[in-house]
Design a protein around this ligand. Structure first.
Ligand code: GLV
Ligand code: MN
Ligand code: MN
Length: 416
């Protein structure tokens, strides 16, 4: 590699201002971002992203699920590009960095190469995946899941949000149901930069997490059917209370995850009483369970024990509990050669680093079943994410972007 390429650094100030400038699309009063997938704010950031990629000389393709691909040509166009990127949608009370860092750092890599007039041997392709977060439409990481064939495109297009709007309708309403078929944009390999979203790097004062694995995920939709009746006149022993049932289920999920831990987590994140009223005993509740582990055997145990606990609680309380498993993502082991490439880039740049398992799910975990993939983590403040207070430092984000740049250069090669 030429001296120019091996000494290259991204423009830290430009990356930082890009992250903060685009945070205005969906900015919340508490300093976070609310940019639900395929909503009006997502359209604004997508329009901005497309224009920025085109200004950087890329051709931008959009597939039938709104996944965006910005291609920077390489010397050898006979091979698929090296992919880099993440997502631009956020949680309802999300931060400025989750997904955004990886997508905008990927753009910054292209801008840096342009400024230095460096042509890579292989082309590069920056991706913005649709609905990574999974909060408006389930499952999460929907665009990349359909890309690898875990779900059909028709199935994903028919998924509905809480207001009954389908993915197809939402794509059409913002003009992002693209022309290219899902899965046609191939990659030689894919690298995703992300904030850690957990406390380990910060606690150990490491600049870079070399991500070698990711937790598996189980997502359930649950429904409790009890019986509505008068809150004043129904004796306690005659009640079939859906909310009291849910309370036991929430504590059972917590207890089971703790007992199977430390490599297990479990969360009830949504619960909706069908017809809430303070003087009606709740008769029907919809709820969700999210449970995860990096160990496949522990995932099986979580599934079996949560189902058994829900069944026991239902029988004892004389209510019905239905648990529908809507998503099962096995644990991920990233490609050893790509993981090494990330580690080598971090070491050569002089950044402290350690191997790490991702607690969160990522598009990279989906892509890993079809191509060599690895991830780069940088610390975030107090390990907090999925929160408007999510924060990361400019030096840490820049270090991650530099590791991304040099991993990509190692994988794509520099044209002579
Ligand atoms: C995505 O943010 C997930 O890990 O659920
Ligand atoms: Mn993310
Ligand atoms: Mn997220």
């Amino acid at each position: 590699m030429s001296k120019l390429a091996s000494n290259l650094q991204i423009d830290s100030a430009r990356l930082w201002s890009t992250i903060h400038d685009t945070a205005k699309f969906g900015a919340t009063p508490k300093g976070g971002v609310r940019r639900l997938t395929l909503g009006p704010e997502d359209k604004l950031v997508r329009d901005w992203f497309r224009a920025a990629c085109e200004a950087a000389g890329c051709e931008v393709q959009i597939d039938a699920l709104g996944n965006m691909f910005a291609l920077r040509r390489g010397r050898d166009m006979s091979k698929p590009p090296v992919g880099l990127g993440s997502h631009l949608d956020t949680q309802p009370t999300g931060g400025k960095f989750d997904g955004v860092l990886g997508t905008l750092a990927a753009l910054e890599v292209l801008r840096t190469l342009n400024d230095a007039s460096i042509e890579t041997e292989l082309p590069l392709c920056v991706a913005n995946w649709t609905n990574e977060e999974g909060s408006r439409f389930a499952p999460a990481m929907m665009g990349s899941a359909a890309y690898v064939g875990d779900f059909t495109v028709e199935d994903i297009l028919s998924r509905k949000d809480a207001a009954g709007i389908s993915v197809a309708e939402a794509l059409d309403s913002i003009g992002y149901r693209g022309d290219s078929a899902v899965g046609t944009q191939k990659f030689t390999s894919f690298i995703e930069l992300h904030i850690e979203q957990g406390p380990i790097l910060e606690a150990e004062s490491k600049a870079i997490g070399v991500v070698d694995s990711g937790q598996g995920v189980l997502w359930y939709d649950g429904k409790i059917t009890g019986f509505e009746s008068h809150a004043g006149s129904t004796p306690m022993q005659l009640r079939r209370d859906a909310l009291a049932t849910l309370s036991e289920i929430v504590l059972a999920v917590e207890r089971i995850a703790i007992e199977l831990g430390p490599n297990a987590v479990g969360t009830v994140g949504e619960a909706v009483i069908a017809a809430p009223s303070r003087n009606v005993i709740p008769g029907e509740i919809a709820f969700t369970i999210d449970t995860r582990s990096a160990d496949a055997a522990i995932m099986d145990a979580l599934d079996q024990r949560i189902r058994a606990a829900a069944a026991e609680i239902a029988t004892r309380r004389k209510v019905e509990v239905a648990l529908d498993l809507l998503w099962r993502k096995p644990p991920t082991r990233f490609d050893p050669k790509l993981v090494d490439a990330v580690e080598i880039a971090a070491k050569e740049l002089g950044y402290s680093n350690r191997r790490i398992t991702s607690g969160a799910g990522h598009d990279a975990c989906n892509l890993n079943t079809k191509m060599p993939v690895a991830m780069i983590f940088v610390p975030c403040k107090d390990g907090v994410s999925h929160n408007e207070l999510e924060d990361a430092t400019q030096p840490d984000c820049s270090a991650g972007a530099n590791v991304l740049l040099h991993t990509v250069l190692a994988l794509a090669g520099v044209a002579k």
